[in-house]
Structure formats: C-alpha cells, structure tokens
Design a protein around this ligand. Sequence first.
Ligand SMILES: *[C@@H]1O[C@H](CO)[C@@H](O)[C@H](O)[C@H]1NC(C)=O
Ligand SMILES: *[C@@H]1O[C@H](CO)[C@@H](O)[C@H](O)[C@H]1NC(C)=O
Ligand SMILES: *[C@@H]1O[C@H](CO)[C@@H](O)[C@H](O)[C@H]1NC(C)=O
Ligand SMILES: *[C@@H]1O[C@H](CO)[C@@H](O)[C@H](O)[C@H]1NC(C)=O
Ligand SMILES: *[C@@H]1O[C@H](CO)[C@@H](O)[C@H](O)[C@H]1NC(C)=O
Ligand SMILES: *[C@@H]1O[C@H](CO)[C@@H](O)[C@H](O)[C@H]1NC(C)=O
Ligand SMILES: *[C@@H]1O[C@H](CO)[C@@H](O)[C@H](O)[C@H]1NC(C)=O
Ligand SMILES: *[C@@H]1O[C@H](CO)[C@@H](O)[C@H](O)[C@H]1NC(C)=O
Ligand SMILES: *[C@@H]1O[C@H](CO)[C@@H](O)[C@H](O)[C@H]1NC(C)=O
Length: 871
Amino acid sequence: MSWLVFGLLLVLTAGVSEANAVTVTTGPYTKVTISRPTEGPDCFVCVGEGSAQTCKLRADINQLQTLHVSFNCSRPQDIFTIEINRDFDCSMSCNYGPIQADWSFFQDFKRVFTWDLRFKSSTRSFQLEFPGPGMRQIQSSEQCPDNHTYSILMYLRAGPMNLGKFCQNGTITRIQILWKWRLTLEVPKETTLSQFSFKYSEVVGSVFAVDAVLPRGISNTDFFSASGFPFAYTVMWNFVVPPRHNFTVDFVKYNKPECQGKPVKVIYQQANMAPVEKTPTDEQPANYNRNFSLSLTNCDGKTAGGSSDSGLLLNFRVSVFRGGIPDLCAVDLQNDKGLSLQIEKKNQAELCEIGMDKVVKEKIVVPAGSKVSLSFLDCLKDDLILTATKTIECQNLASCPSVAGTLLTIPLVDSCLPPSLSQVTWVLNVPERGSVELSAPQGSLYQSVPGDQVCDQLLSAQVSAANNFSIGDFCSASKGIIQRIQISSSITVTTSADGNKDLRQVMAPLLNASFNSEIDETLIYTVYPRISTSALIMTPNWPGEMKPDSTLSYIVNVPEDYSAQLLFSNVTFPECLKNHAEVHIQELGSDLEVGFREDEKLVLEHNILKSFYLNMSNCEPEKGIFAILSKISLQKKPGKLLSIILGVVGALLALLIIILVVVCVAVRKKKRQINRSSIYIPKGNVSLPGDVLFPKTRADNDSHVYTSIDDTMVYGHLLQQDLSGPGHFNGHQVDGYKAFSGPVDKTIKDTLYDPTVERGPDKDTYHPFLAPSETFIPSRPRTPLGRLDSMDYEDRRMVDNTLYTFKTPGEPNQMNRSAADPVFCQSLMIILGQSLSWLIQNMRPHMRRICRIYLMVEKMNPVTQRWNVLI
Ligand SMILES: *[C@@H]1O[C@H](CO)[C@@H](O)[C@H](O)[C@H]1NC(C)=O
Ligand SMILES: *[C@@H]1O[C@H](CO)[C@@H](O)[C@H](O)[C@H]1NC(C)=O
Ligand SMILES: *[C@@H]1O[C@H](CO)[C@@H](O)[C@H](O)[C@H]1NC(C)=O
Ligand SMILES: *[C@@H]1O[C@H](CO)[C@@H](O)[C@H](O)[C@H]1NC(C)=O
Ligand SMILES: *[C@@H]1O[C@H](CO)[C@@H](O)[C@H](O)[C@H]1NC(C)=O
Ligand SMILES: *[C@@H]1O[C@H](CO)[C@@H](O)[C@H](O)[C@H]1NC(C)=O
Ligand SMILES: *[C@@H]1O[C@H](CO)[C@@H](O)[C@H](O)[C@H]1NC(C)=O
Ligand SMILES: *[C@@H]1O[C@H](CO)[C@@H](O)[C@H](O)[C@H]1NC(C)=O
Ligand SMILES: *[C@@H]1O[C@H](CO)[C@@H](O)[C@H](O)[C@H]1NC(C)=O
C-alpha cells in the first residue's frame, strides 16, 4: 500500500514542477529565441532537465533540436517573446515550401515570426504572392484588425529599406523584391495564428515593384513609399483598375529629400500610351480609366540612405469610381409569342446596375411581345441571373390545333444579354375540358428518382402541376419507359442549367407537349417496361406526398409473352380525414382487379399476366403522406409446348374435379342440414417445370399472382342479370361490372370482419351498390388458410360458413365454400398462360363457376368488400 502512495506522490510532485514545461522541437532552418527585456519581474527561462538545467533571461534553440523549456514564474507570457526565425538560403535552390506561421508551441506568448531569404543575382528577383484578398499597407502607427502585422525589410547595398507594415485583406497581390530580405509577422500573446500563407518564387527582372488590384465600386486606397529609400532608386506600383471604372491619384503627403542633382520624378504609364512624367508637386492624373503604373524615382544625393525624417517619403491615395458608361442591349420579343425574360441581380452584385428603357431597376422583367432597351452598368456576367418563361396556351381545343405537338425548345435569346441563360420555364395553359400530354421528342421519357437514378448529363425537365405541385423530373432517354404523360391541369415545365452552363447552347428540344381532350384521372402515365431491366415508377412528387384528392393511373403495357412483376418497394400511406387513399391493380380489358385502402395492409408483390392499370388515389390526409415507389419487371411466360402438355393434364384434372363437384353437389342436396364440408381437394405444392411464376406455395410466400374480383361483380355475374345502374357498369362488357369502391355499411361489416384487423374510422358517405345482407356476405377467415398440404385440414371457422350463390336469379343456392379449388384454377392459369378473366370467360360453364367461386372463397378483402383472389 505504501509504495502506491509513494508512487502517487512522485507523480504529483513531478506534475507541479513541470507545470509550464514544454518540450520544444525545431524543424530544419528554424531557430527559436525566447527572450525578455532586462527590466521587469523576476522570471527566468530554464532549458534542460535535472542537473543540466540552466535558467537565464534568454534561450536559443537551434534547428533540429529538442529541448525541455520551462519558466520559473507563473505568467511568463507577460514577459517573454518567442521569435521563430526561418532562414532560407536561395542562392542555389529554393524548395522551402510556402511561408506560413506554423508553430504549435507557446500559443499564449507574443510571437515574432521572421523569414530571411538570401539570393544573389542582378538580373533576377523574388516575388511574394499574397493569396485571397491580398495585403493592405498601413501606417506605422496603425494596428491590423486581426492583430497579425506583417512587415518587410529589404537589404540593399545602401542599407536596409523598410517597405512598411501590412495587414491581410487589401489590394496588394504581389511584391517583387531583390537580394536579401526579411519578412516579419508579429502576433501578440493569446492570439490564434491565422492560416495565411504566401508563395515566393524567382522572377526575371530587377525592379522593386508592388502590384495592386483595385476593387470594383468606389474606393480609396493608401500607399506608402518605403522608409530608407536610397537615392536614385526606383519603386514601381502597378495598378489593375476594374473595367468601366476611372481612377484619380492624389499625393497626400510628400517628404522631399535633400537632393543634389536630378530631382524626384513620377512617371505614369498606360498600355499603348506615351509615358507621362510629373514631379511630386504637380497635379496628378484625375479621372482616367484602364490599368496604369506609377514609378517613383528618388533624386540624386550625396549621403547614402537617409533617415525617414530627411529621406523621401510619399503617401499617395488612389481613388476608384465608376466610369459611368453602361452597356446597352436592345431586346425584341415581338416575334416569339409568349416569351418573356427576367433578369435579376445576385445578392453580392451591389455594384452592378441594371435598367430597362432608362429606368434603373433591381429586377427586370421583359414582358412577352415587347421591345425594350436594357442597360448594364458595371455588371459582370456572373452578377446576373437570366431566366426565360414561355407561355403556351390554348383557349379551346378546337381553335388551336396548331398547338398539338409543340416541341419545348430553348428559346432564342439575344446574345447581347451578358448573363448566361440559367433557367427556362414553359407554362402550358390547358383549355377548359382539356388536358396536356407530354412525350419525348425522341425515344421515351425517363423519370429520375431523387437520390437514385437521375437524368445523367441530360437536361432534365421538372414538371409541376397547378399550385407548383411537383410531378417529377423527366428527360428524354433511351432507357426511359414512359411513352407519355397526360395531365389534367395546366402545368409548368422547368429546366435549369448546371453550374455556369448556358442553356443557350442547348439546341435539342426537351419535350413534346400537346393539348388533348380531358381525362378522368389527374395524371395518367403510359408505360412500356423494358424486358431487360426493371424500372421504377413513383407517385408524383416522390418522395414527397402525392397531391391530396388527386388520382393517378399507370397504363402498364406488358408484351404478349411476358408477365409483369409489380413490387411496391417503398410505401407510405396517410391517415385520411375524408375519403380513402387507394391502390388498384386492374387487368386491361377486364374487370378483374385488386384494391387496397390506406387502412389495410398492402400486398407488396404482384404478378400480373397481361397489361394492366395501376391506379392510385389520394384522400384528404389528416396525417402522413401518400407516396409509393414501385418497381416493375417483366418475366417470360412458360413456353407454348409445355403449355400444351400441361394443358392436357389440366383438362384431365378438370374433368375429375367436375365429377367430384357434381357428386358433391348431389350429396349435399340430399343432406341439406349438414353444412359442414367434407370435400376438400388438397393443395399441394404447385411446382411445374419452368414455372417461374410460382416459386413457392402461397402458404409460405407473401407473393401472389393476382387478380381480384369485386363481390358485387361476382354475384352480379352469377345472377346473369342486368344489375346495371348509372355508373356501375362498364357498359361494353357483357359480364363485367365496374368495381364498387365504396365500403359497405359499417354495422354489417363490423359483425363480419375480423376484429383483429386494424381499421381506420369510416369516413365514406357512400352506400353499397348492392345492399349487403347477412345471407349474402360470407364471413372471412381470420387467418390465411394456412398449411394446406393435408387432406385433414379443416378450418374450424369454416364450419358454419356457407356461401350463398344464385342458381337462378333471386333464388339463393347454398354451396359449401370448400367446393372451390384454388389449385385447379391456379394450375389452369399457369398451364394456359392466361389470366383468370380469360379463364372465366372462355371455359365451360361448370369450370367457369368453379374458378369463380374459388375467387370468392379464397380471400375476401375485409374493408373494400372485395374478393382478393389468389390464383
Ligand atoms: C528563477 O531562477 C533564477 C535562477 O535560478 C533565480 O535567480 C530566481 O530567483 C528564480 N525565480 C523564481 C521566481 O523562482
Ligand atoms: C487584437 O488586439 C486587441 C488589443 O490587444 C484586442 O482588443 C483585440 O480583441 C484583438 N483582436 C483580435 C481579432 O484578436
Ligand atoms: C476586408 O476589408 C473590407 C474593407 O476594408 C471589409 O469590409 C471586409 O470585411 C474585410 N474582410 C475580412 C475577411 O477581413
Ligand atoms: C488590367 O490588368 C489585368 C491584370 O493584368 C488584366 O487582366 C486586364 O485585362 C487589364 N485591363 C486592361 C483594360 O488592359
Ligand atoms: C472616365 O474616364 C474616361 C477616360 O478618361 C472619360 O472619358 C470618362 O468621361 C470618365 N468617366 C467619368 C464618369 O468621368
Ligand atoms: C409530338 O406529339 C404529337 C402528339 O402526340 C405528335 O403528333 C408529333 O408527331 C410529336 N412530334 C415529335 C417530333 O415527336
Ligand atoms: C415552385 O417550387 C420550387 C421548388 O419546390 C421553388 O423553387 C419555386 O420557387 C416554386 N415556384 C413558385 C412560383 O412558387
Ligand atoms: C384505372 O384507370 C383507368 C384510366 O387510366 C380507368 O380506365 C380504369 O377504370 C381505372 N380502374 C380502376 C379500378 O380504378
Ligand atoms: C423510402 O423512401 C424514402 C425517401 O427516399 C427513404 O427515406 C426511405 O428510407 C425509403 N424506405 C425504404 C424502406 O426504402
């Protein structure tokens, strides 16, 4: 125990004595000096450890050394200064990296960084290049706002010349210096070092020069000549004056040296102009434009150098202001009907002044059909945003046939407009009782999925419906599957240029738009899935919500020999305030359909044997959104030969079943009181060679080959009676009844439906087409039928359930639900490669009935009162 306490004590004492100790490591060419003024409090800097430690007023650390440094007072940073010197000898080569104050030790001390650079050449010099906003020269009494003060000393034969003090953030971008010089950066204590770094490189020429880029807008910038300016020596300032700006030079303060011989002279130079020579006391140039340079040459004198009091000193100011000549551009939109232009300034472009017809504006809108003169004063190309809007309208369908098939092409915009065309919007105004149709000018339309598949390099068009409700982003592409989009309302189509690209360079039309007669849905997509790849389709505004109370229909065309697999890969249902959000799948040219509502479980995977509608409708949501992403892929149906072989087998099977059913019905007629089924045909594993559609039995797979049938439809058909009422029949179909989408009376449903199924409150005000009665609607099994591979299988709940159907109109005939055989119908469908609707329509009456009854028994949708059918 005692050794532990001892050890702890040892650690603690070490900690105390080392309180402000630092192990300093110096890099190559780096020397560090820690020093203090001799007056002041008692505090020493101690170097080394243990007995080798020496404490002094000053410590020097040479390059590539590691030393233990400590101070024997509590706040040495108030007394000591750290000087970090880097010595670059560039006589031979000069690969020392950029000049940057990177020194991690003694952050809270006053630090002085010095870079010494030596070099010997009479024809070459060194340039220091400053990044970013450049450097600003300040008076020796001034302070830099960030407390990082730079100064440059140049060693000439006549003695040192002090170029003055500089801060970051100014107009000076480059200084060219000769021979040997020292750059100093002073940072007061407790100041975080800025990451400023500058480059230096050799250049040809032996002039001492300062380059400055004057800012746009109105500014006054002061410059100072060096102190210790030798006689007959010249410094040159090169100024870059911004375009369309004028400058004026003022000599604010001039200290005349004691000259003997040639006087001090100032020479102004501009490209393609003769130099202008002046004396410091002359009027200096006022109101000139273009870049210029000013060179100052000291007079001849006898004494070398001279102190700052007696030597040459000049403080001059360069003022910059607007030249005031705007660029003009005449814009004529009279020949492009419906085209208007908008020009806006970007936020940072305060200097740029735009005007229309001599009136200065913040934002210009050139109205459609007008002819105007625009002016741009001191505007750079990137200061402005140019957008175009083209309105294409059709008052009524009959009077504007020419609008059919308008290609949406980037409009021609006058080249005198400086900015690039960054966005074009087409406003397509639909006439009353009309719709708009979009297609690809070549190929088909491809919809980009946010964050997944995007319109590569191709220009994409953002399509939005009324109230700016987004539909999606589309482009014409070979990989597209959308043949056309029909939209019931007026739309806007917008395309934006990436980055700084100019849409004026885009020649190819984006979309083909035409006006058509009105459609029933809010939106209809005609889709041709590709055989090779699966495709994603999504609700408008995906992943955002589909517009409330809107409807959407995909007409999905499936090639003859193929079946489609539809997978709802990402589904969000809302909670509805009014009506219901629904999803329906319906085979084309058939009434067989399956439907789901937002308050029931959506079966995610469906196999559909022919072209189909995928319809979706949104309710008025209370909470949550309606958004569905679906994936469609095609699969080849089984081969024809196989179909024939299996067809024969199927026919035999059919015969057997018919006999069984007949026997069963006969037996049942005798024993009317026995309502318990004894007939059940086992549902084995349906696995046929080459059967790609049914990889698993239904019992162990959630995937279904579907078609669905409405209860009213099933019964109605069996009645063989015209039950037509307005809006309930398709009209052209003999035995097809339009799906009834409203739910039935709540009380009936509540008694019939499985209470474990969660259901939302009913908000419908509809009434069922056929008022359901207790005898009419059989109850639904609470669970799927479960494992069906046993002859003994019997669902207890089935015992009392009888299914009523009608042999003759109005006269109910009881049939046991187990009489229907799903396996049989299913097998037949696979074998014949046909849909259920085909089967029902083309089969002999008895078989037709079997399959139909099977439909009813198999699965009744609890909410929609529809029979979801598993085939
Ligand atoms: C610091 O060390 C020096 C030299 O060893 C000594 O003279 C001085 O008194 C010490 N000061 C303090 C505050 O310990
Ligand atoms: C610069 O130093 C002054 C005075 O020491 C101080 O008041 C100011 O906060 C410092 N500024 C910065 C940016 O560190
Ligand atoms: C640079 O200086 C200008 C004006 O002298 C000032 O408005 C601006 O904020 C400064 N920028 C930085 C980064 O210090
Ligand atoms: C002024 O100098 C800058 C930088 O060298 C150059 O880009 C610009 O074209 C010059 N302006 C004129 C009008 O010559
Ligand atoms: C700017 O300078 C040019 C050339 O010196 C001159 O013609 C023009 O009038 C000046 N602009 C203004 C606004 O004074
Ligand atoms: C544009 O669409 C219309 C209507 O669908 C069609 O008649 C026309 O041929 C299409 N034009 C092009 C270039 O595809
Ligand atoms: C339409 O929506 C887009 C993005 O959702 C937005 O950038 C644009 O400003 C909107 N336009 C109008 C007219 O509201
Ligand atoms: C699906 O929409 C189409 C229109 O594209 C319509 O003809 C069909 O009746 C709709 N089917 C259902 C079940 O809503
Ligand atoms: C559905 O899509 C949304 C939006 O893209 C995404 O955030 C979410 O993770 C997706 N959900 C699934 C289950 O993929």
